[in-house]
Write a protein that binds this ligand. Sequence first.
Ligand code: HEM
Length: 501
Amino acid sequence: MSSMAFLSHPYFFAALTLLVVQFLFRKLSKRDGKRYHPVAGTVFNQMINFHRLHHYMTHLAAKHRTYRLLNLFRYEVYTAEPSNVEYILKTNFENYGKGLYNYQNLKDLLGDGIFTVDGEKWREQRKISSHEFSTKMLRDFSVSVFRKNAAKLADIVSESATSNSSLEIQDLFMRSTLDSIFQVAFGTELDSMCGSSQEGKIFADAFDASSALTLYRYVDVFWKIKKFLNIRSEAKLRKTTKVLDEFVLNLIKNRIQQMQISRGGSDSKREDILSRFLQVKGYDSTYLRDIILNFVIAGKDTTAATLSWFMYMLCKYPAVQEKAAEEVKEATNTKSISSYTEFASSVTDEALEKMNYLHAAITETLRLYPAVPVDAKICFSDDTLPDGYSVNKGDMVSYQPYAMGRMKFIWGDDAEDFRPERWLDENGIFKQESPFKFTAFQAGPRICLGKEFAYRQMKIFSAVLLGCFRFRLNDEKRNVTYKTMINLHIDGGLEIKALHR
Ligand code: HEM
Protein backbone atom coordinates (compact mmCIF):
# COMPACT_ATOMS: atom_id res chain seq x y z
CA MET A 1 0.00 0.00 0.00
CA SER A 2 1.41 3.43 -0.89
CA SER A 3 2.07 5.80 1.99
CA MET A 4 -0.86 8.02 0.87
CA ALA A 5 -3.32 5.17 0.39
CA PHE A 6 -4.88 5.82 3.78
CA LEU A 7 -6.33 9.04 2.28
CA SER A 8 -8.76 6.93 0.30
CA HIS A 9 -9.76 4.88 3.34
CA PRO A 10 -13.47 5.51 4.09
CA TYR A 11 -12.68 6.05 7.76
CA PHE A 12 -10.13 8.73 7.01
CA PHE A 13 -12.67 11.44 6.21
CA ALA A 14 -14.90 10.40 9.07
CA ALA A 15 -11.88 10.59 11.42
CA LEU A 16 -10.89 13.99 10.07
CA THR A 17 -14.41 15.36 10.53
CA LEU A 18 -14.47 13.93 14.01
CA LEU A 19 -11.20 15.59 14.93
CA VAL A 20 -12.37 18.98 13.66
CA VAL A 21 -15.70 18.73 15.51
CA GLN A 22 -13.92 17.65 18.68
CA PHE A 23 -11.38 20.42 18.40
CA LEU A 24 -14.08 23.09 17.99
CA PHE A 25 -16.17 21.59 20.75
CA ARG A 26 -13.22 21.48 23.15
CA LYS A 27 -12.14 25.00 22.19
CA LEU A 28 -15.58 26.27 23.13
CA SER A 29 -15.82 24.32 26.37
CA LYS A 30 -12.19 24.63 27.49
CA ARG A 31 -11.75 25.68 31.05
CA ASP A 32 -8.80 27.65 32.25
CA GLY A 33 -5.97 26.08 34.14
CA LYS A 34 -6.75 22.44 33.37
CA ARG A 35 -4.35 20.05 31.68
CA TYR A 36 -5.55 17.02 29.80
CA HIS A 37 -3.76 13.79 28.86
CA PRO A 38 -2.16 13.73 25.39
CA VAL A 39 -4.42 12.83 22.47
CA ALA A 40 -3.02 9.66 20.88
CA GLY A 41 -5.67 9.05 18.19
CA THR A 42 -9.38 8.56 17.59
CA VAL A 43 -11.80 5.68 17.99
CA PHE A 44 -11.46 5.21 14.24
CA ASN A 45 -7.85 4.16 14.83
CA GLN A 46 -9.27 1.54 17.18
CA MET A 47 -11.69 0.37 14.50
CA ILE A 48 -8.91 0.12 11.92
CA ASN A 49 -6.71 -1.75 14.45
CA PHE A 50 -9.60 -3.84 15.77
CA HIS A 51 -7.98 -7.23 15.03
CA ARG A 52 -4.80 -6.15 16.95
CA LEU A 53 -6.48 -3.76 19.36
CA HIS A 54 -4.45 -4.68 22.44
CA HIS A 55 -1.12 -4.44 20.61
CA TYR A 56 -2.13 -0.99 19.44
CA MET A 57 -3.20 0.13 22.91
CA THR A 58 -0.10 -1.39 24.54
CA HIS A 59 2.05 0.62 22.16
CA LEU A 60 0.21 3.81 23.14
CA ALA A 61 0.41 2.98 26.85
CA ALA A 62 4.20 2.45 26.64
CA LYS A 63 4.50 5.84 24.97
CA HIS A 64 2.14 7.88 27.16
CA ARG A 65 1.16 5.79 30.25
CA THR A 66 -2.16 7.64 30.13
CA TYR A 67 -3.63 9.01 26.91
CA ARG A 68 -6.86 10.10 25.29
CA LEU A 69 -8.62 8.87 22.16
CA LEU A 70 -11.23 11.11 20.56
CA ASN A 71 -14.79 9.95 20.27
CA LEU A 72 -17.74 11.96 18.99
CA PHE A 73 -19.29 12.87 22.34
CA ARG A 74 -16.57 12.26 24.89
CA TYR A 75 -12.91 11.78 25.48
CA GLU A 76 -11.79 8.25 26.13
CA VAL A 77 -8.98 8.16 28.66
CA TYR A 78 -6.86 4.97 28.82
CA THR A 79 -4.49 4.52 31.70
CA ALA A 80 -1.72 2.06 32.59
CA GLU A 81 -0.56 4.11 35.57
CA PRO A 82 -1.10 2.22 38.88
CA SER A 83 -1.69 5.40 40.93
CA ASN A 84 -4.47 6.43 38.52
CA VAL A 85 -5.91 2.91 38.66
CA GLU A 86 -5.97 2.99 42.46
CA TYR A 87 -7.68 6.35 42.36
CA ILE A 88 -10.50 5.35 40.00
CA LEU A 89 -11.05 1.87 41.46
CA LYS A 90 -10.72 2.71 45.15
CA THR A 91 -9.91 6.23 46.38
CA ASN A 92 -12.66 7.96 44.40
CA PHE A 93 -14.65 4.79 43.62
CA GLU A 94 -18.02 6.59 43.78
CA ASN A 95 -17.02 8.89 40.91
CA TYR A 96 -16.27 6.12 38.38
CA GLY A 97 -18.83 3.50 37.43
CA LYS A 98 -20.52 1.72 34.62
CA GLY A 99 -22.67 4.78 33.90
CA LEU A 100 -25.39 5.00 31.29
CA TYR A 101 -22.83 4.47 28.53
CA ASN A 102 -21.74 0.98 29.65
CA TYR A 103 -25.24 0.16 30.80
CA GLN A 104 -26.66 0.85 27.32
CA ASN A 105 -23.87 -1.09 25.62
CA LEU A 106 -24.21 -4.12 27.89
CA LYS A 107 -27.88 -4.19 28.80
CA ASP A 108 -29.12 -6.35 25.92
CA LEU A 109 -26.72 -9.12 26.93
CA LEU A 110 -26.37 -8.68 30.69
CA GLY A 111 -29.66 -7.03 31.72
CA ASP A 112 -29.66 -5.42 35.17
CA GLY A 113 -27.07 -7.88 36.53
CA ILE A 114 -24.13 -7.00 38.76
CA PHE A 115 -21.88 -6.19 35.76
CA THR A 116 -24.05 -3.41 34.37
CA VAL A 117 -25.38 -1.44 37.35
CA ASP A 118 -24.06 1.09 39.88
CA GLY A 119 -25.14 2.56 43.21
CA GLU A 120 -27.83 0.90 45.28
CA LYS A 121 -28.70 -1.72 42.63
CA TRP A 122 -25.06 -2.84 42.57
CA ARG A 123 -24.57 -2.66 46.36
CA GLU A 124 -27.55 -4.92 47.00
CA GLN A 125 -26.45 -7.57 44.49
CA ARG A 126 -22.84 -7.40 45.66
CA LYS A 127 -23.85 -7.89 49.29
CA ILE A 128 -26.04 -10.90 48.77
CA SER A 129 -23.76 -12.45 46.12
CA SER A 130 -20.60 -12.09 48.19
CA HIS A 131 -22.40 -13.66 51.12
CA GLU A 132 -23.48 -16.63 49.00
CA PHE A 133 -20.01 -16.94 47.48
CA SER A 134 -18.30 -17.09 50.86
CA THR A 135 -20.44 -19.91 52.29
CA LYS A 136 -18.83 -23.26 52.98
CA MET A 137 -21.79 -24.87 51.25
CA LEU A 138 -21.02 -23.23 47.90
CA ARG A 139 -17.31 -23.78 48.33
CA ASP A 140 -17.68 -27.51 48.97
CA PHE A 141 -20.29 -27.95 46.26
CA SER A 142 -18.15 -26.13 43.67
CA VAL A 143 -15.01 -28.12 44.56
CA SER A 144 -16.90 -31.40 44.09
CA VAL A 145 -18.14 -30.18 40.69
CA PHE A 146 -14.59 -29.09 39.67
CA ARG A 147 -13.15 -32.48 40.64
CA LYS A 148 -15.81 -34.36 38.72
CA ASN A 149 -15.26 -32.20 35.61
CA ALA A 150 -11.47 -32.41 35.90
CA ALA A 151 -11.72 -36.21 35.78
CA LYS A 152 -14.03 -36.01 32.74
CA LEU A 153 -11.56 -33.65 31.08
CA ALA A 154 -8.78 -36.14 31.76
CA ASP A 155 -10.87 -38.93 30.17
CA ILE A 156 -11.23 -36.94 26.96
CA VAL A 157 -7.53 -35.95 26.90
CA SER A 158 -6.59 -39.57 27.58
CA GLU A 159 -8.49 -40.76 24.51
CA SER A 160 -6.64 -38.30 22.30
CA ALA A 161 -3.29 -39.27 23.87
CA THR A 162 -3.99 -42.94 23.26
CA SER A 163 -4.96 -42.36 19.64
CA ASN A 164 -2.12 -39.84 19.18
CA SER A 165 -4.56 -37.30 17.73
CA SER A 166 -4.55 -33.55 18.33
CA LEU A 167 -7.06 -31.77 20.54
CA GLU A 168 -8.50 -28.23 20.40
CA ILE A 169 -8.08 -27.51 24.09
CA GLN A 170 -9.66 -24.04 24.25
CA ASP A 171 -12.97 -25.42 23.08
CA LEU A 172 -12.67 -28.21 25.64
CA PHE A 173 -11.91 -25.71 28.44
CA MET A 174 -14.87 -23.58 27.33
CA ARG A 175 -17.14 -26.59 27.59
CA SER A 176 -15.69 -27.82 30.88
CA THR A 177 -15.94 -24.43 32.61
CA LEU A 178 -19.43 -23.97 31.19
CA ASP A 179 -20.42 -27.33 32.68
CA SER A 180 -18.92 -26.30 36.04
CA ILE A 181 -20.50 -22.87 36.35
CA PHE A 182 -23.75 -24.18 34.92
CA GLN A 183 -24.03 -26.86 37.56
CA VAL A 184 -22.97 -24.49 40.36
CA ALA A 185 -25.39 -21.80 39.12
CA PHE A 186 -28.40 -23.92 38.21
CA GLY A 187 -27.80 -27.25 39.91
CA THR A 188 -28.28 -28.94 36.50
CA GLU A 189 -25.79 -30.94 34.52
CA LEU A 190 -25.30 -29.58 31.01
CA ASP A 191 -22.60 -32.04 29.92
CA SER A 192 -21.49 -29.92 26.99
CA MET A 193 -18.07 -31.58 27.44
CA CYS A 194 -19.23 -34.95 26.20
CA GLY A 195 -21.57 -33.30 23.74
CA SER A 196 -24.59 -35.15 25.06
CA SER A 197 -26.53 -31.88 25.05
CA GLN A 198 -27.27 -30.13 21.78
CA GLU A 199 -28.92 -27.40 23.89
CA GLY A 200 -25.58 -26.73 25.65
CA LYS A 201 -23.92 -26.10 22.32
CA ILE A 202 -26.65 -23.74 21.19
CA PHE A 203 -26.36 -21.82 24.48
CA ALA A 204 -22.54 -21.57 24.27
CA ASP A 205 -22.56 -20.49 20.60
CA ALA A 206 -25.22 -17.86 21.25
CA PHE A 207 -23.22 -16.51 24.18
CA ASP A 208 -19.96 -16.28 22.21
CA ALA A 209 -21.66 -14.44 19.37
CA SER A 210 -23.46 -12.07 21.77
CA SER A 211 -20.22 -11.32 23.58
CA ALA A 212 -18.35 -10.41 20.35
CA LEU A 213 -21.26 -8.33 19.04
CA THR A 214 -21.59 -6.49 22.36
CA LEU A 215 -17.91 -5.56 22.39
CA TYR A 216 -18.23 -4.26 18.85
CA ARG A 217 -20.65 -1.63 20.16
CA TYR A 218 -17.72 0.01 21.96
CA VAL A 219 -16.05 0.84 18.66
CA ASP A 220 -19.07 1.13 16.38
CA VAL A 221 -20.48 4.65 16.78
CA PHE A 222 -23.46 3.69 14.58
CA TRP A 223 -24.71 0.76 16.64
CA LYS A 224 -27.81 2.53 17.94
CA ILE A 225 -28.95 3.34 14.40
CA LYS A 226 -28.33 -0.28 13.41
CA LYS A 227 -30.32 -1.43 16.42
CA PHE A 228 -33.20 0.89 15.54
CA LEU A 229 -33.22 -0.42 11.96
CA ASN A 230 -32.58 -3.97 13.19
CA ILE A 231 -29.81 -4.56 10.65
CA ARG A 232 -26.39 -6.22 10.46
CA SER A 233 -24.56 -6.72 13.77
CA GLU A 234 -27.54 -5.52 15.80
CA ALA A 235 -30.00 -7.85 14.06
CA LYS A 236 -27.63 -10.73 14.87
CA LEU A 237 -27.29 -9.62 18.47
CA ARG A 238 -31.06 -9.50 18.89
CA LYS A 239 -31.30 -13.06 17.63
CA THR A 240 -28.50 -14.47 19.80
CA THR A 241 -29.60 -12.78 23.03
CA LYS A 242 -33.13 -14.13 22.44
CA VAL A 243 -31.68 -17.65 22.43
CA LEU A 244 -29.89 -16.99 25.73
CA ASP A 245 -32.95 -15.44 27.35
CA GLU A 246 -35.24 -18.27 26.43
CA PHE A 247 -32.76 -20.85 27.64
CA VAL A 248 -32.21 -19.26 31.05
CA LEU A 249 -35.82 -18.25 31.67
CA ASN A 250 -36.89 -21.78 30.91
CA LEU A 251 -34.46 -23.18 33.48
CA ILE A 252 -35.70 -20.74 36.11
CA LYS A 253 -39.34 -21.55 35.38
CA ASN A 254 -38.67 -25.26 35.80
CA ARG A 255 -36.79 -24.74 39.07
CA ILE A 256 -39.56 -22.56 40.50
CA GLN A 257 -42.04 -25.28 39.62
CA GLN A 258 -39.88 -27.96 41.27
CA MET A 259 -39.49 -25.86 44.40
CA GLN A 260 -43.19 -25.15 44.61
CA ILE A 261 -43.96 -28.85 44.30
CA SER A 262 -41.29 -29.84 46.84
CA ARG A 263 -42.12 -27.11 49.45
CA GLY A 264 -39.55 -27.69 52.22
CA GLY A 265 -38.64 -31.08 50.80
CA SER A 266 -35.32 -32.01 49.24
CA ASP A 267 -35.33 -29.00 46.87
CA SER A 268 -35.01 -26.55 49.78
CA LYS A 269 -31.58 -28.06 50.55
CA ARG A 270 -30.20 -27.59 47.04
CA GLU A 271 -26.75 -26.01 47.02
CA ASP A 272 -26.76 -24.23 43.64
CA ILE A 273 -26.81 -20.44 43.30
CA LEU A 274 -30.27 -20.27 41.69
CA SER A 275 -31.88 -22.24 44.54
CA ARG A 276 -30.09 -20.06 47.11
CA PHE A 277 -31.30 -16.87 45.44
CA LEU A 278 -34.82 -18.24 45.10
CA GLN A 279 -34.89 -18.76 48.84
CA VAL A 280 -33.46 -15.32 49.64
CA LYS A 281 -34.98 -13.16 46.90
CA GLY A 282 -38.23 -14.85 45.86
CA TYR A 283 -39.50 -15.64 42.40
CA ASP A 284 -38.86 -12.65 40.09
CA SER A 285 -37.72 -14.46 36.92
CA THR A 286 -36.18 -11.45 35.14
CA TYR A 287 -34.22 -10.41 38.21
CA LEU A 288 -32.99 -13.98 38.65
CA ARG A 289 -32.15 -14.28 34.94
CA ASP A 290 -29.99 -11.18 35.17
CA ILE A 291 -28.18 -12.23 38.34
CA ILE A 292 -27.53 -15.82 37.32
CA LEU A 293 -26.67 -15.13 33.68
CA ASN A 294 -24.07 -12.63 34.90
CA PHE A 295 -22.46 -15.38 36.98
CA VAL A 296 -22.47 -17.86 34.11
CA ILE A 297 -20.91 -15.26 31.86
CA ALA A 298 -18.38 -14.25 34.52
CA GLY A 299 -17.41 -17.83 35.25
CA LYS A 300 -17.24 -19.47 31.84
CA ASP A 301 -15.10 -17.50 29.42
CA THR A 302 -12.70 -15.85 31.84
CA THR A 303 -11.62 -19.12 33.39
CA ALA A 304 -11.52 -21.09 30.13
CA ALA A 305 -9.53 -18.40 28.30
CA THR A 306 -7.01 -18.25 31.16
CA LEU A 307 -6.62 -22.03 31.18
CA SER A 308 -6.07 -21.96 27.41
CA TRP A 309 -3.34 -19.30 27.61
CA PHE A 310 -1.86 -21.22 30.52
CA MET A 311 -1.71 -24.37 28.38
CA TYR A 312 -0.06 -22.32 25.65
CA MET A 313 2.56 -21.11 28.14
CA LEU A 314 3.14 -24.67 29.43
CA CYS A 315 3.81 -25.83 25.87
CA LYS A 316 6.07 -22.87 25.10
CA TYR A 317 8.02 -23.39 28.34
CA PRO A 318 8.42 -27.17 28.91
CA ALA A 319 10.64 -26.56 31.97
CA VAL A 320 7.76 -24.71 33.66
CA GLN A 321 5.46 -27.59 32.72
CA GLU A 322 7.76 -30.15 34.30
CA LYS A 323 8.26 -28.12 37.45
CA ALA A 324 4.53 -27.62 37.92
CA ALA A 325 3.88 -31.34 37.29
CA GLU A 326 6.54 -32.27 39.85
CA GLU A 327 4.92 -29.98 42.43
CA VAL A 328 1.50 -31.56 41.79
CA LYS A 329 2.96 -35.03 42.33
CA GLU A 330 4.58 -34.02 45.59
CA ALA A 331 1.60 -32.06 46.94
CA THR A 332 -0.82 -34.92 46.23
CA ASN A 333 1.64 -37.57 47.35
CA THR A 334 1.03 -39.51 44.16
CA LYS A 335 2.96 -42.68 43.39
CA SER A 336 0.83 -43.99 40.54
CA ILE A 337 -2.56 -43.10 39.05
CA SER A 338 -5.11 -45.87 38.77
CA SER A 339 -8.18 -43.75 37.98
CA TYR A 340 -8.68 -40.11 37.07
CA THR A 341 -11.58 -39.74 39.49
CA GLU A 342 -9.45 -41.06 42.31
CA PHE A 343 -6.56 -38.79 41.37
CA ALA A 344 -8.91 -35.77 41.18
CA SER A 345 -10.11 -36.55 44.72
CA SER A 346 -6.48 -36.45 45.92
CA VAL A 347 -6.33 -32.77 44.87
CA THR A 348 -7.58 -31.69 48.28
CA ASP A 349 -7.68 -28.17 49.75
CA GLU A 350 -4.43 -28.95 51.61
CA ALA A 351 -2.74 -30.15 48.42
CA LEU A 352 -3.89 -27.03 46.56
CA GLU A 353 -2.46 -24.83 49.32
CA LYS A 354 0.94 -26.41 48.74
CA MET A 355 0.95 -25.68 45.01
CA ASN A 356 2.70 -22.31 45.10
CA TYR A 357 4.49 -22.76 41.81
CA LEU A 358 1.29 -23.68 39.98
CA HIS A 359 -0.42 -20.66 41.56
CA ALA A 360 2.45 -18.44 40.41
CA ALA A 361 2.46 -19.84 36.86
CA ILE A 362 -1.30 -19.27 36.48
CA THR A 363 -0.93 -15.73 37.87
CA GLU A 364 1.95 -15.03 35.50
CA THR A 365 -0.32 -16.15 32.64
CA LEU A 366 -3.00 -13.71 33.82
CA ARG A 367 -0.44 -10.90 33.97
CA LEU A 368 0.37 -11.34 30.27
CA TYR A 369 -2.99 -12.61 29.05
CA PRO A 370 -5.63 -11.11 31.36
CA ALA A 371 -9.08 -12.50 30.59
CA VAL A 372 -10.52 -8.96 30.71
CA PRO A 373 -7.97 -6.98 28.68
CA VAL A 374 -9.51 -3.50 28.99
CA ASP A 375 -12.06 -2.31 31.52
CA ALA A 376 -14.03 0.90 30.99
CA LYS A 377 -15.59 3.21 33.60
CA ILE A 378 -17.49 6.47 33.19
CA CYS A 379 -16.45 9.58 35.11
CA PHE A 380 -19.49 11.00 36.94
CA SER A 381 -18.10 14.49 37.75
CA ASP A 382 -15.08 16.62 36.76
CA ASP A 383 -11.98 15.37 38.51
CA THR A 384 -8.19 15.44 38.55
CA LEU A 385 -6.23 12.17 38.54
CA PRO A 386 -3.14 11.66 40.75
CA ASP A 387 -0.86 12.33 37.74
CA GLY A 388 -2.19 15.91 37.72
CA TYR A 389 -4.26 15.65 34.52
CA SER A 390 -7.97 16.34 34.45
CA VAL A 391 -10.92 14.26 33.32
CA ASN A 392 -14.39 15.60 32.68
CA LYS A 393 -17.84 14.44 33.61
CA GLY A 394 -18.96 11.91 30.98
CA ASP A 395 -15.44 10.94 29.86
CA MET A 396 -14.73 7.23 29.60
CA VAL A 397 -11.80 6.24 31.80
CA SER A 398 -10.39 2.73 31.28
CA TYR A 399 -7.61 0.80 32.94
CA GLN A 400 -5.84 -1.72 30.73
CA PRO A 401 -4.75 -5.04 32.29
CA TYR A 402 -3.30 -6.30 29.00
CA ALA A 403 -1.13 -3.26 28.39
CA MET A 404 -0.22 -2.97 32.10
CA GLY A 405 1.14 -6.53 32.18
CA ARG A 406 3.66 -5.53 29.52
CA MET A 407 4.88 -2.23 30.96
CA LYS A 408 8.58 -2.12 31.88
CA PHE A 409 7.96 0.75 34.27
CA ILE A 410 5.70 -1.56 36.31
CA TRP A 411 7.43 -4.97 36.03
CA GLY A 412 11.01 -4.17 35.06
CA ASP A 413 12.94 -4.91 31.89
CA ASP A 414 11.71 -8.51 31.73
CA ALA A 415 8.05 -7.37 31.71
CA GLU A 416 7.29 -9.26 28.50
CA ASP A 417 8.91 -12.51 29.66
CA PHE A 418 6.89 -15.35 31.14
CA ARG A 419 8.57 -15.92 34.49
CA PRO A 420 6.46 -17.53 37.27
CA GLU A 421 9.36 -17.03 39.73
CA ARG A 422 8.61 -13.32 39.94
CA TRP A 423 5.60 -14.26 42.10
CA LEU A 424 7.57 -16.37 44.61
CA ASP A 425 9.55 -15.29 47.65
CA GLU A 426 12.91 -16.79 48.65
CA ASN A 427 11.11 -19.75 50.27
CA GLY A 428 9.08 -20.48 47.17
CA ILE A 429 5.89 -19.12 48.72
CA PHE A 430 3.50 -17.14 46.51
CA LYS A 431 3.58 -13.41 47.23
CA GLN A 432 0.74 -11.09 46.28
CA GLU A 433 1.33 -8.00 44.18
CA SER A 434 -0.58 -4.74 44.47
CA PRO A 435 -3.98 -5.21 42.74
CA PHE A 436 -3.46 -1.76 41.21
CA LYS A 437 -0.46 -3.12 39.30
CA PHE A 438 -1.77 -6.62 38.66
CA THR A 439 -5.25 -5.66 37.57
CA ALA A 440 -6.50 -8.91 36.00
CA PHE A 441 -9.23 -9.22 38.66
CA GLN A 442 -9.92 -5.48 38.93
CA ALA A 443 -9.41 -3.99 42.42
CA GLY A 444 -11.19 -2.01 45.12
CA PRO A 445 -14.82 -2.54 46.18
CA ARG A 446 -15.74 -4.10 42.81
CA ILE A 447 -12.86 -6.57 42.70
CA CYS A 448 -13.82 -9.85 41.01
CA LEU A 449 -16.20 -11.78 43.21
CA GLY A 450 -15.16 -15.11 41.77
CA LYS A 451 -11.39 -14.81 42.16
CA GLU A 452 -10.97 -17.64 44.68
CA PHE A 453 -13.58 -19.71 42.88
CA ALA A 454 -11.66 -19.26 39.61
CA TYR A 455 -8.27 -20.13 41.11
CA ARG A 456 -9.72 -23.25 42.70
CA GLN A 457 -11.15 -24.45 39.41
CA MET A 458 -8.02 -23.55 37.41
CA LYS A 459 -5.73 -25.24 39.90
CA ILE A 460 -7.83 -28.41 40.16
CA PHE A 461 -8.13 -28.74 36.36
CA SER A 462 -4.41 -27.99 35.82
CA ALA A 463 -3.26 -30.28 38.63
CA VAL A 464 -5.24 -33.23 37.25
CA LEU A 465 -4.07 -32.63 33.68
CA LEU A 466 -0.43 -32.03 34.62
CA GLY A 467 -0.39 -35.01 36.95
CA CYS A 468 -1.56 -37.34 34.16
CA PHE A 469 -0.21 -35.92 30.88
CA ARG A 470 2.56 -34.08 29.12
CA PHE A 471 1.50 -31.48 26.55
CA ARG A 472 2.98 -29.93 23.44
CA LEU A 473 1.72 -27.69 20.65
CA ASN A 474 0.44 -29.46 17.57
CA ASP A 475 2.01 -26.82 15.33
CA GLU A 476 5.01 -25.05 16.87
CA LYS A 477 5.15 -22.56 14.01
CA ARG A 478 1.60 -21.27 14.21
CA ASN A 479 1.26 -17.64 15.26
CA VAL A 480 -0.93 -17.76 18.39
CA THR A 481 -2.78 -14.51 19.05
CA TYR A 482 -6.03 -13.23 20.54
CA LYS A 483 -9.39 -12.58 19.04
CA THR A 484 -10.72 -9.14 19.98
CA MET A 485 -13.77 -9.77 22.18
CA ILE A 486 -14.85 -8.74 25.70
CA ASN A 487 -12.67 -11.60 26.94
CA LEU A 488 -9.25 -12.47 25.62
CA HIS A 489 -9.74 -15.72 23.68
CA ILE A 490 -7.11 -17.43 21.54
CA ASP A 491 -8.05 -16.74 17.94
CA GLY A 492 -8.90 -20.03 16.27
CA GLY A 493 -8.35 -22.05 19.46
CA LEU A 494 -5.28 -24.03 20.52
CA GLU A 495 -4.40 -27.39 18.99
CA ILE A 496 -2.28 -29.49 21.32
CA LYS A 497 -1.04 -33.05 21.57
CA ALA A 498 -1.10 -34.91 24.87
CA LEU A 499 1.08 -37.83 25.98
CA HIS A 500 0.42 -40.11 28.94
CA ARG A 501 2.85 -39.52 31.80
C1 HEM B 1 -9.64 -16.09 35.61
C2 HEM B 1 -10.86 -15.84 35.92
C3 HEM B 1 -11.47 -14.49 36.14
C4 HEM B 1 -10.98 -13.25 35.88
C5 HEM B 1 -9.65 -12.88 35.26
C6 HEM B 1 -11.98 -12.29 36.31
C7 HEM B 1 -11.85 -10.92 36.20
C8 HEM B 1 -12.83 -10.01 36.58
C9 HEM B 1 -12.79 -8.59 36.32
C10 HEM B 1 -11.68 -7.85 35.60
C11 HEM B 1 -13.91 -8.05 36.82
C12 HEM B 1 -14.35 -6.59 36.74
C13 HEM B 1 -15.30 -6.47 35.55
C14 HEM B 1 -16.11 -5.20 35.55
O1 HEM B 1 -15.57 -4.11 35.51
O2 HEM B 1 -17.32 -5.30 35.57
C15 HEM B 1 -14.66 -9.11 37.42
C16 HEM B 1 -15.85 -8.94 38.06
C17 HEM B 1 -16.63 -9.97 38.51
N1 HEM B 1 -16.32 -11.31 38.48
FE1 HEM B 1 -14.63 -12.13 37.76
N2 HEM B 1 -13.04 -12.98 36.82
C18 HEM B 1 -12.77 -14.32 36.74
C19 HEM B 1 -13.59 -15.35 37.13
C20 HEM B 1 -14.80 -15.19 37.75
C21 HEM B 1 -15.64 -16.27 38.17
C22 HEM B 1 -15.33 -17.75 38.02
C23 HEM B 1 -16.76 -15.71 38.71
C24 HEM B 1 -17.98 -16.35 39.30
C25 HEM B 1 -18.26 -17.57 39.34
C26 HEM B 1 -16.60 -14.27 38.65
C27 HEM B 1 -17.51 -13.36 39.11
C28 HEM B 1 -17.39 -12.00 38.99
C29 HEM B 1 -18.43 -11.06 39.38
C30 HEM B 1 -19.77 -11.40 39.97
C31 HEM B 1 -17.94 -9.77 39.08
C32 HEM B 1 -18.65 -8.44 39.30
C33 HEM B 1 -18.20 -7.80 40.59
C34 HEM B 1 -18.85 -6.46 40.85
O3 HEM B 1 -19.14 -5.71 39.90
O4 HEM B 1 -19.05 -6.15 42.03
N3 HEM B 1 -15.39 -13.99 38.06
N4 HEM B 1 -13.99 -10.30 37.26
